[in-house]
Design a protein around this ligand. Structure first.
Ligand code: RFL
Ligand code: PHB
Length: 392
């Protein structure tokens, strides 16, 4: 068994792990990052697209904001479509803030580049990763790489290994509580190199189901339609997808959609999940390892960023001042913001999707909610305040 030592062992090289690593590097704290898959595999995942201003500020703090500011698209609002009409939500007027459309793939690429430039150690292709002894003062992580056993001793373990990772499962059942809600549908998403239909996002509520028009750049579009959980990607030809998308949009928008061949097509189920607490001795869960939200509120990546902020502040204080106050507060501070984003994502999801077997009463309630939110200045302000992200 080979042995080494670091200050923070980070499990997972997604946006949470990489961002935490970069912030720590900026103040001279050493971290080793482990991931079971390769960098190319991670960069091949198509996920989030909308960054809150707080996330952008944190990426700036980590020194990786340059390309984001030159290539990201600043959006001052978005549209909600229902009853065949577009209703604009002006984030700028309602909150004074904007969001930035810049794909998670690009955020991750920038973080990988920065990590390579600073020469910190990342190990990919690891197996059988085990966070161990985190209840005491001498935690360590063991893993296999190319059949050889390794051990990393550290001060802290950051479990940034996503919903299917090992960190959460390393915690004894009696020490953790989980909360989960599954939604009876998924999102079928495509990427295509065609200009976006509008310069801002369109979230559409339609009798045939939800649809979302998003983008990655001025010539790359990201579109989604609500689909059944039984649907298979193979049964959705590009033509079928474009037809279905256009049917769910107001006529004026549908007519303006530019179609073309898709180069990515996938189905994601929708889920809300939270585990409590998010800290177990010297093991901290961060991002999707601790919580999942349906993508309707565009919150998953942004919540990962706020967790990273709280943990980074705790570690900074610990190493600079020898105080564990902010580390002790990590779980409480993170969960307070997590539950508010879980609530917002759930609310956007139930307001905008068609549920199988909805009663006429529930349908009328959904319609009344949409009308109320869009007509009431207080309703719009609440929507906008949550969409740009609550403070952290
Ligand atoms: P990630 O990105 O899942 O990264 C976790 C990393 O941990 C590694 N890993 C392990 N490493 C070592 N040992 C193990 N045993 C390991 N198990 C796992 C994995 O290989 C991976 O590299 O979690 P992180 O960093 O917390 O980041 C969270 C975000 O990725 C996530 O919240 C968002 O992408 C969620 N999400 C979306 N969020 C939005 O804000 N807007 C969106 O439009 C949006 N679309 C999506 C999404 C998530 C999706 N998933 C999870 C399939 C669309 C999809 C399809
Ligand atoms: C995306 O561009 O992938 C995206 C944008 C907004 C959402 C969800 C996904 O709410």
């Amino acid at each position: 068994m080979t042995k080494r030592r670091t200050q923070v062992c980070i499990i997972g090289s997604g946006p949470s792990g990489l961002l935490l690593g970069q912030l720590l590097n900026g103040i001279g704290i050493e971290a080793i990052i482990l991931d079971r898959v390769s960098k190319d595999y991670i960069l091949g995942r198509v996920r989030a697209g909308v960054l809150e201003p707080g996330t952008v500020a944190l990426l700036d703090q980590a020194g990786v904001g340059k390309r984001l500011h030159s290539e990201g698209l600043v959006h001052d609002g978005f549209d909600i479509a229902f009853d065949g009409t577009l209703h604009n939500v002006s984030l700028k007027e309602l909150t004074g803030k904007s969001v930035t459309v810049y794909g998670q793939t690009e955020v991750t690429r920038d973080l990988f580049d920065a990590r390579e430039a600073c020469g910190q150690i990342s190990i990919h292709g690891v197996e059988d990763v085990r966070p161990t002894d985190f209840g005491g003062a001498t935690p360590h992580v063991t893993f296999l790489k190319d059949g050889v056993s390794h051990r990393i001793d550290c001060d802290f373990i950051a479990g940034c290994d996503g919903f299917h990772g090992v960190s959460r499962h390393a915690v004894p059942d009696e020490a953790i509580r989980t909360f989960e809600k599954l939604y009876p549908f998924g999102w079928l998403g495509i990427l295509a190199d065609v200009p976006p239909v509008r310069h801002e996002l369109v979230y559409a509520n339609h009798p045939r189901g939800f649809a979302l028009c998003s983008m990655r750049s001025c010539d790359r579009s990201r579109y989604y339609v609500q689909c059944s959980l039984e649907d298979r990607v193979e049964s959705w030809s590009d033509d079928r997808f474009w037809d279905e998308l256009r049917r769910r949009l107001p006529d004026s928008v549908a007519e303006a959609v530019t179609t073309g061949p898709s180069f990515e097509k996938s189905i994601a189920p929708l889920r809300s999940f939270v585990c409590e607490p998010m800290r177990f001795g010297r093991l901290f869960l961060v991002g999707d390892a601790a919580h999942i939200v349906p993508p309707t509120g565009a919150k998953g990546l942004n919540l990962a960023a706020s967790d990273v902020h709280y943990l980074f502040e705790g570690l900074r204080e610990f190493y600079a001042e020898g105080s564990s106050g902010a580390l002790d507060a990590y779980s409480m501070r993170a969960l307070d913001r997590v539950w508010k984003a879980v609530r917002f994502s759930w609310w956007m999801t139930i307001m905008l999707h068609r549920f199988p077997e909805t009663s006429e009463f529930d349908q009328r309630i959904q319609e009344a909610e949409l009308h109320y939110v869009m007509e009431s200045p207080a309703g719009r302000a609440s929507l906008a305040e949550n969409y740009v992200g609550l403070p952290f």
